[in-house]
Structure formats: C-alpha cells, structure tokens
Design a protein around this ligand. Structure first.
Ligand SMILES: [Zn+2]
Ligand SMILES: [Zn+2]
Length: 361
C-alpha cells in the first residue's frame, strides 16, 4: 500500500498532454499539487485504456477543436490506488483499488437528484473538460470511485468503464432469446458482442467493415458477421432473422448509412439503442419506421451511475466475458503515440496503457 506522507506537497510525473493544435500527443514532465479540495482523492494510476475519444483528441478533429482547452492532460478510462483522501472523504480509503466513473456530475440538478446522473447537463468529463489519467497521478472526486476487489485482474480494471457503455447499450432493451444486431465493432462494439452472448441473446449479428474486427466478433461468438462493403446489410439481416428483422440493435458506429439502414431491418416493436455519435444528420422515416412500427429509440450516454457498474462487476465476477480476447495490445504510457497509431489503423481491440515512475529530464 502506498501511503503518501503529509510533507509531500507536490508530485513529479510524466503525463500525456495535448499541447499543440495539431495531430499527436506530447509526453512531458508535470507537477501535481497533493492538496485536495473537499471530497477529492489522489490516485496513483495503475492502468489506463485508450478510447475512441482519445483518438479524436490525438487527431485533433473538429469536435476536439470546438471542445478542448489546451494544454490538457488526456485520458479518462483508468484504475488506480487511492493514496490520499480529503479530510471529509468517507466513501473510499487509502489503499483502495478503484476504477473511475469518468463523468463528474453536478449532484444537484433535477437529473442527478432523481438518480439519472448520466444525463446531468452539467457533466464534466475527465480528460476532456479537465486533466485526465494518462499520467502517474490524478485527483478526482471520491464519488467517482468504484471500489474493486483487491484481487481483481489488473488488466480488467480500466476497461470496466467502456465495458459499462457496452452493457448500458445492450441491456436497455431485453435481449435474452432475442435476435440482436451489433452495429460497428470498434472496442466498445466488440465488447457488446461479448455482452450480448453473455446475456443469452438468441442470435448476435455483428456488422463491421474492418476485417480484423469482424474476425474478433466471430472469435467472440457472433453467430453471423456482415461486411457492409461487400454485402447487402438489409438483405443479410432479414435472411438471418427469418425475414422478421432484428429485435434489438445497438449502434456503436455512428455511421449515417448504417443507422438509416438499421431502422429498416429493425423488427416492429423493436428497440434501437444508439451509443455511436454521428457527425451528420440522420434521415429517419418517422411515420413508417418509428410510429407504425412501434419502435423504441434510446440514446445511450455513459453508464447508469452506478447500476451499470454493478452489472459489469457481476459479468466479470461470474466469468461471463472474454476480456483477454478483447484487450489486444498493451503499452507503457511513454509509447502513447504508437498506441494511437494502432488505434488509427483499427487493427486492434482495446489497448491498455501502463504509466511508469520514470521522469524524463
Ligand atoms: Zn472512453
Ligand atoms: Zn446534475
């Protein structure tokens, strides 16, 4: 257990920083004050994982330009050991191994008060709106800590957060014994295939253009995979579902054509949960594809705090998932740009990063 002595006022560390309005990350020395605001805890990061959001920031796309204030320490998916707590903190203690809920909600708005913090409109996202976890140390509110069992496999700790996205998306509508489509098999979509199998979907149909990721979906037990570049997605889904259509669709692609087609092969009375973030307007025939079909559409933002986390814990504790297959790459944090390039190639599942104690002069 790491107990930080009271006379340490500042910590030196290496951190991944977005400091240039251009492609890439810098790996630089930073100092972090150890003083804590009420409710805060100081964490020594054990693992972090690379998210699609981090890739948006790495490539500095239009969204990053509009949202970020540079310089910013990036990264939001992480686990770590609590090494200091503010005087008023009772929820966690020094030595706890935590994973972080990355949405810092206000706690006082209507949505927070009625237990729907995931749609709090005052949310701050770690590594986007404030300094993130691609660093040796980070300070976060204690209320954002999910305390893990001490013996849990380290590699699994940080990926519980994106796994929560997959679980939130795939469980909003009942999927047991249903025909389910997973649209887009990036790291979260690929987790969704695993989650759908774990919750006993009757049939899991995975749709993905990238060969590597389609193969991963197959390896995780997808009953059918479809390549939209070479196959007619609508015809295939209808054929695989006895011309009835899919009961439940989870979108992880944010792709305009993919989502528009999905409304056509969704079964009447079906549910469509959308996590992907399209960057253009989607055309939907509301009359025929929503109203007369009795379609339910659900927008997925983050995780239900903390319901989804307990679902994730339950799946992991009961060994229902195959995270060893989903985590395809591991890097020391110093190799962040290599990790970003692999993410950009799309020939990967989830990438886990390990911060070190070294300080470059
Ligand atoms: Zn993420
Ligand atoms: Zn709120």
């Amino acid at each position: 257990m790491t107990q930080l002595s009271d006379d340490v006022l500042e910590l030196e560390m290496m951190a991944v920083v977005k400091d240039q309005p251009d492609i890439g990350f810098s790996y630089v020395k930073k100092t972090l004050s150890t003083s804590l605001a009420p409710g805060e805890v100081l964490i020594k990061v054990i693992t972090a994982s690379f998210c699609g959001t981090d890739y948006h920031i790495y490539s500095y796309d239009a969204w990053s330009k509009s949202r970020l204030k540079l310089p910013l320490t990036v990264g939001h998916e992480f686990s770590g050991e609590v090494i200091k707590i503010a005087d008023d903190v009772t929820r966690v203690k020094v030595g706890d191994i935590i994973s972080a809920e990355t949405h810092i909600t206000c706690g006082t708005c209507e949505f927070c008060l009625r237990g729907e913090g995931h749609i709090c409109q005052n949310t701050q996202v770690i590594g986007v709106d404030r300094d993130g976890c691609f660093a040796r140390y980070i300070k976060i509110p204690a209320k954002n800590c999910f305390v893990n069992d001490k013996h849990q496999n380290q590699l699994e700790l940080s990926v519980q957060e994106p796994l929560g996205n997959a679980v939130h998306t795939m469980t909003h509508f009942p999927i047991e014994n249903k025909d389910v489509v997973v649209l887009g098999c990036g790291p979260i979509g690929i987790m969704a295939v695993d989650v759908a199998k774990a919750y006993n979907a009757r049939k899991v149909i995975a749709i993905e253009i990238n060969d590597y990721r389609r193969q991963m979906a197959q390896d995780l037990g997808a009953d059918h995979t479809i390549n939209p570049l070479t196959e007619d997605v609508y015809e295939k889904v209808m054929a695989y579902t006895n011309q009835m259509g899919a009961d439940v669709i989870g979108d992880f692609s944010g792709n305009k054509t993919a989502i528009e087609t999905a409304f056509k092969y969704l079964k009447p009375g079906g549910g469509f949960a959308i996590l992907g973030i399209p960057n253009e307007k989607i055309m939907v025939d509301v009359t025929n594809d929503i109203v007369f079909k009795g379609t339910s559409v659900y927008g997925v933002t983050g995780r239900r705090i903390y319901d989804t986390w307990y679902q994730v814990k339950d799946l992991i504790d009961n060994k229902r998932l195959h995270l060893d297959k989903i985590i395809t790459h591991q890097f020391p944090l110093s190799q962040i740009n290599e990790a970003a390039e692999i993410m950009g190639s799309k020939n990967c599942g989830k990438i886990v990063l390990f911060p070190g104690d070294e300080i470059d002069e």
